[in-house]
Design a protein around this ligand. Structure first.
Ligand SMILES: Nc1nc2c(ncn2[C@@H]2O[C@H](COP(=O)(O)OP(=O)(O)OP(=O)(O)O)[C@@H](O)[C@H]2O)c(=O)[nH]1
Ligand SMILES: [Mg+2]
Length: 481
């Protein structure tokens, strides 16, 4: 982790504050429309549930041009909360909004959290809660649910458990949930949910790490936090938060960069921590905190046809890369399915009157589009195999990591398209069971990953031995250098 990046102004502010017991950190970037509610909910949670602790709320903003920080500064102050909740806390809630410094010239959600970690460590907080600034469904109780397990239960990392619409959270559903579960053996349903509780010990552990990449400064941060909690042996649990209602994104339009940052990070970390997953053969549930809550998440529109067309278009430029990074049978199967995807999407577009191109057309519903390509299927076992091929290819550096994850994006579109087509008639519960089935496929195929990983390691050791036998002087020179 880079050395302290805090500006003199922030350091001076921390000296004034001295100490805090519990802190809510909110990263933001152009969230003026939604952050006011998040700040009010977080303040209310701190005042209502922790009147005897020293609470602090910090907003780390990217310097948003839309007035996000002004909204935070002008949101009703803590005494408003005290009045409406009839609470007289021992310590007055402190509130800070700042523009976070970039990390090695890179800004993003992770850079914002870097500042939040530094502040939490400097003030020696016992529990840090981080929440996204585009949340609509957050209430005061989220602060208690995400910090209670730390303050009362001895946990170090609290991950969110919430109902998300069956078409939301596609990076989670297709990669981070099944892969984290199969690798490390813990069923963390939302490893990149964005709303977490972190103990003071784990904050210090984060600050001691030396694998902070540009991807971690962006959206790689969530999986980085979760994976370090697991590989560091910290106690992890879930908190039942209800529903996640936020500014959701259509995976076919907005999620490419986020996918590359998240998946690049999970692959790099798997490569660095094989000892944490090679011997894990099954998975188990983790404790869940909080009372059950049943809430219907709001529906989300996805352009199924564009997902399939992007998959098809990806093949045209990326087929050689797919052949280089995937096992031959997986590459061949993916190429065949992408051809089918292209044909189905084109025929469906014509039938639905969308023209040759499947553009974003909200007049045609997700389910109508899905129905129109209905036989389409990208099987679970193939997807699991492809993701495992990537774990090995990334470690072997078959191609640069950025090239590998960029080439995986159209395959992810193809896979998401399949899950959406299959889920079109399913209710939330059955769609959830569909995601579970995929996670079991990842576990069942894990021996394939371990076998390929071990074979690659042995080949590397043999190649190193041959190289050093061939040129002992070069090796000796290297060792001395
Ligand atoms: N400080 C800062 N915060 C950011 C930046 N980009 C995103 N964020 C914040 O990170 C949080 C999550 O971003 P979202 O865009 O909502 O992403 P998400 O909800 O994880 O992703 P989806 O589920 O795909 O919608 C929000 O609070 C954003 O304001 C950034 O560049 N700087
Ligand atoms: Mg969001």
């Amino acid at each position: 982790m880079p050395a302290s990046l805090l500006t003199p102004a922030i350091t001076a502010e921390l000296q004034r504050l001295g100490h805090a017991d519990i802190m809510v950190g909110i990263p933001s970037f152009k969230n003026a429309a939604t952050i006011g509610h998040v700040v009010r909910a977080a303040q209310a949670g701190l005042v209502q549930y922790f009147p005897d602790l020293r609470p602090l709320l910090v907003n780390a903003d990217a310097g948003s041009p839309d007035g996000t920080q002004r909204v935070v500064a002008e949101t009703e102050p803590p005494d408003y909360v005290e009045r409406i909740l009839l609470v007289r806390p021992t310590n007055r809630l402190e509130r800070l909004t700042l523009t976070y410094p970039e990390v090695n010239g890179i800004g993003g959600k992770g850079a914002a959290l870097h500042t939040i970690f530094e502040i939490a460590a400097a003030l020696e907080v016992r529990a840090l809660v981080v929440v996204d600034s585009d949340l609509r469904s957050i209430g005061p109780e989220w602060v208690e649910l995400l910090s209670g397990p730390i303050l009362k239960g001895g946990f170090d990392f609290v991950t969110p458990l919430y109902a998300r619409h069956k078409y939301d959270g596609t990076i989670t559903n297709t990669v981070t949930y099944p892969l984290t579960r199969a690798l490390y053996g813990r069923r963390i349903r939302q490893p990149i949910g964005g709303d977490f509780g972190v103990s003071g010990d784990l904050v210090r552990h984060y600050l001691a790490q030396d694998d902070w990449t540009p991807e971690v400064s962006r959206f790689g941060i969530d999986i980085w936090m979760t994976t370090h909690a697991l590989t560091g042996g910290f106690a992890v649990c879930e908190a039942r938060l209800g529903a996640k209602i936020h500014d959701p994104k259509d995976p076919s339009g907005d999620l490419g960069p986020m996918f590359r940052q998240v998946v690049g990070t999970i692959l790099a970390m798997a490569g660095r921590h094989p000892e944490a997953w090679l011997d894990v053969h099954a998975s188990h549930e983790i404790p869940a905190y909080g009372f059950e809550r049943w809430v219907e998440p709001t529906p989300l529109h996805v352009n199924t046809l564009r997902l399939l067309s992007e998959f098809d278009a990806g093949r045209l430029t990326l087929a050689p890369t797919w052949r280089a990074m995937l096992a031959p049978n997986h590459a061949t199967a993916a190429i065949e399915i992408s051809e089918v995807a292209g044909e189905l999407a084109e025929a469906a577009s014509r039938r639905l009157g969308l023209g040759g191109e499947a553009g974003p057309d909200h007049h045609v519903s997700t389910d109508e589009m899905s129905e129109a390509v209905a036989p389409y299927c990208f099987p679970d076992e193939l997807w699991a195999g492809i993701v495992y091929d990537l774990v090995v290819a990334a470690h072997e550096q078959v191609l640069p990591l950025e090239t590998l994850v960029a080439a995986l994006v159209p395959l992810y579109f193809g896979r998401v398209g399949s899950l959406i087509v299959e889920a079109r008639h399913l209710g939330q519960a059955d769609a959830e069971e569909r995601v579970e089935r995929q996670a079991r496929a990842f576990e069942l195929r894990k021996p394939y990953l371990v076998e390929r990983w071990n074979a690659a390691e042995q080949a590397r050791i043999a190649a190193d031995a041959t190289a050093s036998a061939a040129s002992p002087s070069v090796r000796a020179g290297e060792a001395a250098g």
